[in-house]
Design a protein around this ligand. Structure first.
Ligand code: SF4
Length: 139
């Protein structure tokens, strides 16, 4: 049974809908070179294409592009996904003075950081599933 809002992207709405005002949900991944960073990146993209939010450029926050920093500050929800305990994305957010973000670390899900291997789809699926638990659900 579907409702009026099923499969709608969870992004900023210009007006209220039957579900109330849509939330702006932004997704960031560390997107580094390691397998766990690839997992973070692919998970963020899958969440975006699944209508869970919009992936946004972490590098722009790191580069102190003021419009992009402000966009993050204005979002209803920022989900930051790091690959490993180096927490590069989290630190970028903290240095930019952006607080109150949701945070997910790939290695916390039991996925090992290994050099020179590709991410497996089931690992990406695992991160996507965890992220969905953390994000506001569809109305
Ligand atoms: S958090 Fe870990 S995996 Fe991600 S960019 Fe930093 S060192 Fe690489």
């Amino acid at each position: 049974m579907s409702d009026c809002c099923e499969n709608k992207p969870v992004q900023k709405a210009e007006s209220a809908s039957c579900c109330g005002p849509a939330k702006t949900i932004l997704l960031y991944a560390c997107s580094g070179g390691a397998n766990v960073a690839e997992i973070a990146d692919r998970a963020a993209r899958e969440l975006m294409f699944g209508g869970q939010g919009s992936m946004f450029c972490l590098a722009g926050i790191g580069a102190d592009i003021q419009g992009m920093v402000q966009t993050a500050k204005d979002a209803d929800v920022n989900l930051v996904i790091d690959g490993c305990p180096m927490d590069c994305a989290r630190k970028v957010f903290e240095r930019a003075g952006i607080s109150g973000f949701a945070f997910l670390r790939v290695t916390d899900l039991g996925i090992q950081k290994v050099k020179g291997i590709r991410a497996a789809q089931e690992q990406v699926d695992q991160v996507v599933a965890k992220a969905k638990e953390m994000l506001p659900g569809p109305c």
